[in-house]
Write a protein that binds this ligand. Structure first.
Ligand code: ZN
Length: 335
Protein backbone atom coordinates (compact mmCIF):
# COMPACT_ATOMS: atom_id res chain seq x y z
CA UNK A 1 0.00 0.00 0.00
CA UNK A 2 2.80 2.39 1.00
CA UNK A 3 4.73 1.37 -2.10
CA UNK A 4 1.76 2.14 -4.38
CA UNK A 5 1.37 5.55 -2.69
CA UNK A 6 5.10 6.23 -3.11
CA UNK A 7 5.00 5.31 -6.82
CA UNK A 8 1.93 7.52 -7.35
CA UNK A 9 3.76 10.46 -5.68
CA UNK A 10 6.86 9.87 -7.81
CA UNK A 11 4.72 9.75 -10.94
CA UNK A 12 3.20 13.13 -10.08
CA UNK A 13 6.61 14.64 -9.20
CA UNK A 14 8.10 13.37 -12.47
CA UNK A 15 5.13 14.62 -14.48
CA UNK A 16 5.55 18.07 -12.92
CA UNK A 17 9.23 18.17 -13.92
CA UNK A 18 10.56 17.36 -10.43
CA UNK A 19 13.02 14.73 -11.69
CA UNK A 20 14.36 17.12 -14.34
CA UNK A 21 14.71 19.92 -11.79
CA UNK A 22 16.57 17.74 -9.27
CA UNK A 23 18.93 16.66 -12.04
CA UNK A 24 19.88 20.28 -12.65
CA UNK A 25 20.83 20.65 -8.99
CA UNK A 26 22.81 17.41 -9.11
CA UNK A 27 24.96 18.20 -12.12
CA UNK A 28 28.53 17.20 -11.35
CA UNK A 29 27.40 14.36 -9.07
CA UNK A 30 27.67 10.65 -9.80
CA UNK A 31 25.18 8.01 -8.75
CA UNK A 32 27.01 4.72 -8.18
CA UNK A 33 24.72 1.79 -8.84
CA UNK A 34 25.16 -1.58 -7.17
CA UNK A 35 23.97 -4.91 -8.58
CA UNK A 36 24.48 -8.47 -7.39
CA UNK A 37 23.38 -11.68 -9.08
CA UNK A 38 20.64 -12.74 -11.49
CA UNK A 39 17.70 -15.06 -11.27
CA UNK A 40 17.57 -18.38 -13.13
CA UNK A 41 14.17 -19.29 -11.72
CA UNK A 42 12.35 -17.79 -8.73
CA UNK A 43 15.35 -16.51 -6.75
CA UNK A 44 14.21 -12.93 -7.47
CA UNK A 45 11.25 -13.61 -5.19
CA UNK A 46 13.53 -15.07 -2.51
CA UNK A 47 16.00 -12.14 -2.37
CA UNK A 48 15.05 -9.45 -4.87
CA UNK A 49 18.09 -7.30 -4.10
CA UNK A 50 20.47 -10.22 -4.57
CA UNK A 51 18.97 -11.81 -7.68
CA UNK A 52 17.44 -9.59 -10.33
CA UNK A 53 15.66 -11.01 -13.37
CA UNK A 54 17.90 -10.71 -16.47
CA UNK A 55 15.11 -8.95 -18.38
CA UNK A 56 14.84 -6.27 -15.67
CA UNK A 57 18.59 -5.67 -15.87
CA UNK A 58 18.40 -5.49 -19.68
CA UNK A 59 15.60 -2.91 -19.39
CA UNK A 60 17.65 -0.81 -16.98
CA UNK A 61 20.69 -0.82 -19.29
CA UNK A 62 18.54 0.08 -22.31
CA UNK A 63 17.00 2.93 -20.32
CA UNK A 64 20.47 4.19 -19.34
CA UNK A 65 21.62 4.07 -22.95
CA UNK A 66 18.67 6.21 -24.08
CA UNK A 67 18.92 8.58 -21.11
CA UNK A 68 20.97 11.76 -20.82
CA UNK A 69 23.13 10.24 -18.10
CA UNK A 70 26.77 9.65 -18.84
CA UNK A 71 27.83 6.15 -17.81
CA UNK A 72 31.48 6.23 -16.70
CA UNK A 73 33.80 3.91 -14.81
CA UNK A 74 34.19 4.53 -11.10
CA UNK A 75 37.87 5.34 -11.71
CA UNK A 76 36.87 8.01 -14.22
CA UNK A 77 34.29 9.52 -11.84
CA UNK A 78 36.95 9.68 -9.13
CA UNK A 79 39.63 11.21 -11.35
CA UNK A 80 37.53 13.74 -13.25
CA UNK A 81 35.39 16.58 -12.02
CA UNK A 82 31.70 16.14 -12.86
CA UNK A 83 31.96 18.95 -15.41
CA UNK A 84 28.31 19.82 -15.09
CA UNK A 85 27.16 16.35 -16.13
CA UNK A 86 24.94 13.80 -14.42
CA UNK A 87 26.95 10.63 -14.21
CA UNK A 88 26.33 7.00 -13.42
CA UNK A 89 28.96 4.41 -12.44
CA UNK A 90 28.03 0.73 -12.49
CA UNK A 91 29.27 -1.75 -9.90
CA UNK A 92 28.37 -5.36 -9.22
CA UNK A 93 29.17 -7.42 -6.14
CA UNK A 94 30.28 -11.00 -5.46
CA UNK A 95 30.62 -12.44 -8.97
CA UNK A 96 27.57 -14.71 -9.23
CA UNK A 97 27.60 -17.14 -12.16
CA UNK A 98 24.54 -15.47 -13.70
CA UNK A 99 26.69 -12.43 -14.48
CA UNK A 100 28.13 -14.52 -17.29
CA UNK A 101 25.45 -17.15 -17.93
CA UNK A 102 22.45 -14.80 -17.88
CA UNK A 103 23.55 -11.25 -18.65
CA UNK A 104 26.86 -11.33 -20.50
CA UNK A 105 24.95 -10.66 -23.72
CA UNK A 106 23.56 -7.46 -22.15
CA UNK A 107 26.97 -6.40 -20.81
CA UNK A 108 28.56 -7.15 -24.15
CA UNK A 109 25.86 -5.24 -26.09
CA UNK A 110 26.14 -1.98 -24.12
CA UNK A 111 29.81 -2.19 -23.13
CA UNK A 112 29.22 0.14 -20.17
CA UNK A 113 32.23 0.12 -17.84
CA UNK A 114 31.38 -2.19 -14.94
CA UNK A 115 33.41 -2.70 -11.79
CA UNK A 116 32.85 -6.27 -10.62
CA UNK A 117 33.91 -6.93 -7.03
CA UNK A 118 34.77 -10.60 -6.79
CA UNK A 119 34.91 -12.67 -3.62
CA UNK A 120 37.33 -15.44 -4.52
CA UNK A 121 36.76 -18.39 -2.16
CA UNK A 122 33.74 -19.78 -4.01
CA UNK A 123 35.26 -18.89 -7.38
CA UNK A 124 38.01 -21.31 -6.46
CA UNK A 125 35.70 -23.96 -4.94
CA UNK A 126 32.94 -23.87 -7.59
CA UNK A 127 30.13 -25.21 -5.43
CA UNK A 128 26.91 -23.51 -4.38
CA UNK A 129 27.38 -20.75 -1.78
CA UNK A 130 26.14 -22.77 1.16
CA UNK A 131 24.49 -20.17 3.42
CA UNK A 132 22.56 -18.58 0.54
CA UNK A 133 21.58 -21.95 -0.97
CA UNK A 134 20.35 -23.21 2.41
CA UNK A 135 18.37 -20.03 3.01
CA UNK A 136 16.73 -20.51 -0.41
CA UNK A 137 15.89 -24.17 0.24
CA UNK A 138 14.29 -23.32 3.58
CA UNK A 139 12.41 -20.35 2.06
CA UNK A 140 10.89 -22.85 -0.41
CA UNK A 141 10.08 -25.33 2.39
CA UNK A 142 7.92 -23.44 4.88
CA UNK A 143 5.81 -25.84 6.92
CA UNK A 144 7.94 -28.89 6.00
CA UNK A 145 9.98 -30.92 8.46
CA UNK A 146 13.71 -31.29 7.92
CA UNK A 147 15.45 -34.21 9.59
CA UNK A 148 19.24 -33.99 9.73
CA UNK A 149 20.94 -37.13 10.97
CA UNK A 150 24.61 -36.79 10.27
CA UNK A 151 27.31 -37.87 12.69
CA UNK A 152 30.04 -36.12 10.66
CA UNK A 153 28.60 -32.73 11.55
CA UNK A 154 27.27 -33.82 14.93
CA UNK A 155 23.60 -33.29 14.15
CA UNK A 156 20.67 -35.55 14.88
CA UNK A 157 17.76 -33.21 14.86
CA UNK A 158 14.50 -32.35 13.22
CA UNK A 159 13.20 -28.89 12.41
CA UNK A 160 9.70 -27.74 11.49
CA UNK A 161 10.51 -24.88 9.13
CA UNK A 162 8.71 -21.60 9.64
CA UNK A 163 9.27 -17.97 8.73
CA UNK A 164 10.27 -17.29 12.32
CA UNK A 165 12.95 -19.95 12.65
CA UNK A 166 14.38 -20.43 9.15
CA UNK A 167 17.25 -17.94 9.63
CA UNK A 168 18.27 -19.60 12.88
CA UNK A 169 18.18 -23.03 11.23
CA UNK A 170 20.45 -21.76 8.43
CA UNK A 171 22.93 -20.40 10.99
CA UNK A 172 22.92 -23.67 12.95
CA UNK A 173 23.35 -25.82 9.83
CA UNK A 174 26.12 -23.58 8.45
CA UNK A 175 28.04 -23.75 11.72
CA UNK A 176 27.77 -27.55 11.68
CA UNK A 177 28.75 -27.82 7.98
CA UNK A 178 31.71 -25.46 8.54
CA UNK A 179 33.30 -28.06 10.80
CA UNK A 180 33.95 -30.21 7.71
CA UNK A 181 37.31 -29.69 6.01
CA UNK A 182 36.46 -31.00 2.60
CA UNK A 183 34.47 -28.88 0.09
CA UNK A 184 32.84 -31.87 -1.57
CA UNK A 185 31.64 -33.18 1.82
CA UNK A 186 30.09 -29.78 2.53
CA UNK A 187 28.39 -29.68 -0.86
CA UNK A 188 27.16 -33.24 -0.34
CA UNK A 189 25.30 -32.27 2.84
CA UNK A 190 23.75 -29.31 1.03
CA UNK A 191 22.58 -31.62 -1.76
CA UNK A 192 21.22 -34.14 0.80
CA UNK A 193 19.14 -31.37 2.41
CA UNK A 194 17.98 -30.19 -1.00
CA UNK A 195 16.85 -33.74 -1.84
CA UNK A 196 15.24 -34.27 1.56
CA UNK A 197 13.13 -31.13 1.14
CA UNK A 198 12.59 -31.71 -2.58
CA UNK A 199 13.97 -28.33 -3.64
CA UNK A 200 16.28 -28.58 -6.62
CA UNK A 201 19.40 -26.47 -6.92
CA UNK A 202 19.70 -27.26 -10.63
CA UNK A 203 17.90 -25.27 -13.33
CA UNK A 204 18.52 -26.13 -17.00
CA UNK A 205 21.55 -28.17 -15.92
CA UNK A 206 23.03 -25.09 -14.21
CA UNK A 207 23.81 -25.07 -10.49
CA UNK A 208 22.12 -22.23 -8.60
CA UNK A 209 24.08 -20.02 -6.20
CA UNK A 210 27.44 -20.73 -7.85
CA UNK A 211 30.01 -18.01 -8.36
CA UNK A 212 31.77 -17.40 -11.67
CA UNK A 213 34.65 -19.68 -12.57
CA UNK A 214 38.08 -18.35 -13.49
CA UNK A 215 37.30 -19.01 -17.16
CA UNK A 216 33.99 -17.11 -16.99
CA UNK A 217 35.66 -14.17 -15.23
CA UNK A 218 38.23 -14.08 -18.02
CA UNK A 219 35.50 -14.08 -20.69
CA UNK A 220 33.72 -11.16 -18.97
CA UNK A 221 36.75 -8.94 -19.52
CA UNK A 222 35.68 -8.62 -23.16
CA UNK A 223 32.44 -6.95 -21.98
CA UNK A 224 34.27 -4.00 -20.38
CA UNK A 225 34.25 -5.61 -16.93
CA UNK A 226 36.94 -4.58 -14.46
CA UNK A 227 37.60 -7.17 -11.73
CA UNK A 228 38.29 -5.73 -8.29
CA UNK A 229 38.46 -6.74 -4.61
CA UNK A 230 35.70 -7.99 -2.29
CA UNK A 231 37.69 -10.10 0.28
CA UNK A 232 38.45 -13.80 -0.16
CA UNK A 233 35.75 -15.25 2.09
CA UNK A 234 33.23 -12.39 1.92
CA UNK A 235 33.90 -11.15 5.44
CA UNK A 236 35.06 -8.00 7.15
CA UNK A 237 37.30 -9.03 10.11
CA UNK A 238 37.83 -6.50 12.88
CA UNK A 239 41.30 -7.82 13.52
CA UNK A 240 43.91 -6.18 11.29
CA UNK A 241 45.92 -9.30 10.51
CA UNK A 242 42.84 -11.25 9.39
CA UNK A 243 41.52 -8.26 7.44
CA UNK A 244 44.80 -7.81 5.56
CA UNK A 245 44.95 -11.54 4.92
CA UNK A 246 41.48 -11.44 3.35
CA UNK A 247 42.60 -8.72 0.96
CA UNK A 248 45.94 -10.36 0.21
CA UNK A 249 44.33 -13.73 -0.62
CA UNK A 250 41.66 -12.05 -2.72
CA UNK A 251 44.26 -10.00 -4.57
CA UNK A 252 46.57 -12.97 -5.15
CA UNK A 253 43.72 -14.99 -6.61
CA UNK A 254 42.41 -12.27 -8.92
CA UNK A 255 45.91 -11.35 -10.02
CA UNK A 256 46.11 -14.76 -11.71
CA UNK A 257 43.20 -13.71 -13.95
CA UNK A 258 44.19 -10.06 -14.49
CA UNK A 259 47.98 -9.94 -13.95
CA UNK A 260 48.27 -6.49 -15.51
CA UNK A 261 45.43 -4.82 -13.62
CA UNK A 262 46.02 -2.72 -10.52
CA UNK A 263 43.73 -4.19 -7.87
CA UNK A 264 43.14 -1.08 -5.80
CA UNK A 265 39.36 -0.83 -5.54
CA UNK A 266 37.45 -2.57 -2.79
CA UNK A 267 33.86 -3.17 -1.79
CA UNK A 268 32.95 -3.89 1.84
CA UNK A 269 31.37 -7.37 2.04
CA UNK A 270 27.67 -7.02 2.89
CA UNK A 271 28.40 -3.30 3.30
CA UNK A 272 29.88 -4.06 6.74
CA UNK A 273 32.79 -1.86 7.75
CA UNK A 274 34.38 -0.17 10.74
CA UNK A 275 36.21 3.16 10.95
CA UNK A 276 39.48 1.48 11.98
CA UNK A 277 39.50 -0.46 8.70
CA UNK A 278 39.93 2.73 6.65
CA UNK A 279 43.57 3.06 7.73
CA UNK A 280 44.14 -0.64 6.98
CA UNK A 281 42.83 -0.10 3.47
CA UNK A 282 45.16 2.86 2.94
CA UNK A 283 48.10 0.71 4.02
CA UNK A 284 47.00 -1.75 1.36
CA UNK A 285 47.08 0.91 -1.37
CA UNK A 286 43.30 0.78 -1.80
CA UNK A 287 42.15 3.90 -3.65
CA UNK A 288 38.36 3.51 -3.36
CA UNK A 289 35.93 1.52 -1.24
CA UNK A 290 32.21 1.32 -1.78
CA UNK A 291 29.46 0.90 0.80
CA UNK A 292 25.75 0.22 0.55
CA UNK A 293 24.75 3.53 2.12
CA UNK A 294 22.64 5.59 -0.25
CA UNK A 295 23.76 8.93 -1.60
CA UNK A 296 25.53 10.66 -4.46
CA UNK A 297 29.26 10.69 -5.12
CA UNK A 298 31.05 14.01 -5.68
CA UNK A 299 34.42 15.63 -5.03
CA UNK A 300 33.67 15.94 -1.31
CA UNK A 301 32.97 12.22 -0.81
CA UNK A 302 35.47 10.17 1.23
CA UNK A 303 36.91 7.78 -1.37
CA UNK A 304 36.93 4.97 1.19
CA UNK A 305 33.22 5.40 1.93
CA UNK A 306 31.59 5.85 -1.46
CA UNK A 307 27.80 5.53 -1.23
CA UNK A 308 25.85 3.41 -3.72
CA UNK A 309 22.26 2.77 -4.64
CA UNK A 310 21.33 -0.89 -4.36
CA UNK A 311 19.15 -1.69 -7.37
CA UNK A 312 16.98 -4.80 -7.29
CA UNK A 313 13.99 -6.60 -8.70
CA UNK A 314 11.79 -4.89 -6.10
CA UNK A 315 12.83 -1.41 -7.21
CA UNK A 316 10.22 0.24 -9.42
CA UNK A 317 11.49 2.07 -12.51
CA UNK A 318 10.30 5.38 -11.01
CA UNK A 319 12.19 4.68 -7.77
CA UNK A 320 15.27 3.91 -9.89
CA UNK A 321 14.94 7.19 -11.80
CA UNK A 322 14.26 9.15 -8.58
CA UNK A 323 17.49 7.77 -7.15
CA UNK A 324 19.59 8.56 -10.24
CA UNK A 325 18.45 12.18 -10.46
CA UNK A 326 19.18 12.73 -6.75
CA UNK A 327 15.59 13.27 -5.63
CA UNK A 328 15.66 10.43 -3.10
CA UNK A 329 18.97 11.62 -1.63
CA UNK A 330 17.47 15.11 -1.32
CA UNK A 331 14.35 13.80 0.44
CA UNK A 332 16.46 11.66 2.80
CA UNK A 333 18.40 14.76 3.83
CA UNK A 334 15.14 16.53 4.67
CA UNK A 335 13.95 13.84 7.09
ZN1 ZN B 1 29.08 -9.09 -1.43
Amino acid sequence: MFKAFKIACLFIIKSCGGFWLTRQFNKGNTCVLCYHGFSYDDEYLFRPKLFMRPQTFARRMEWLKKSNYEVVSLQYAVAHDGEGKNRIALTMDDGWAGTYELVDDVLSKYQFPLMLYVTSYYVEKQGAVINVALAYILWRSLGKTLIVKNADIGLNKSYVISNDNRNNIVTELCEAIDTLENTSDRQQILMDISRELDVTLMVNAQLLFRLLSKEELTKLLASNVDLQLHSHRHCSPQNEESFQQEIAQNRDYLQQIVPNTLLEHFCYPSGEYYTKQLAWLEKNAIKTSTTISSGMFNKDTDLLQIPRFLDGEDVHQLEFEAELCGLTTFIRKLF
